[in-house]
Design a protein around this ligand. Sequence first.
Ligand SMILES: *Cc1c(COP(=O)(O)O)cnc(C)c1O
Length: 223
Amino acid sequence: MSHLTEQFLKYQKLIQSQHASLLPVSKTKPAEAILELYQLGNKTFAENYVQELVSKQAQLPKDIEWHFIGHLQSNKVKYLAPFVACIQSVDSLKLLREINKEAKKNRRVINCLLQLYVAKEESKFGFSEAEANSVFSSEVLDNLSNIMLIGVMGMASFTENKSQIRKEFRLLKSFYDDIKNRIDHPNVKFNTLSMGMSGDFEIALQEGSTLIRIGSAIFGTRN
Ligand SMILES: *Cc1c(COP(=O)(O)O)cnc(C)c1O
């Protein structure tokens, strides 16, 4: 068994035992590595860069469900709209409207997660809680019939301080639960709380994550 296969199976087992799913993050890694996990039965992968994703999608099996998790500029949405399964990194209303427009052109409904900004770092993208809340009004949602809002994605601060990380994951979870319980709209079907990466997935699982995005722990460190 290759090291990649071994790592993948180890993390998959661990994460599934906590009733969550593993989403392998294959950015910067070659198509062969993706194919190896595909052949083990894994059909979902996440990528961060538009060009890289478009080129991998063209070479790899067409039943792979691609999640986009990187910062997305509105003018690049058109390259992903024909095939992307889920855009997790929706960080503005402008971007959400553009996704809706391009999804419509492709006669598709695209699943989206709102990226919430909970970390302390300045550099991370995402909605504040108040901004995200304002998306869930009928004036906004009624005009977005080609997107489906299926949940929330977030990244905790890059820190050794576990209680800080836990606090941030709790914020994500409470926002997620509030929308899930409160909003009744045909374009909203909350079922995905995407939080936790290689360094903090154990805390994320304890705090109710349903989808863990793991890159380096499976594929090895990136350059
Ligand atoms: C790169 C990336 C990951 C995976 O990070 P690792 O630490 O390598 O597991 C998860 N989520 C997002 C948004 C990323 O950009």
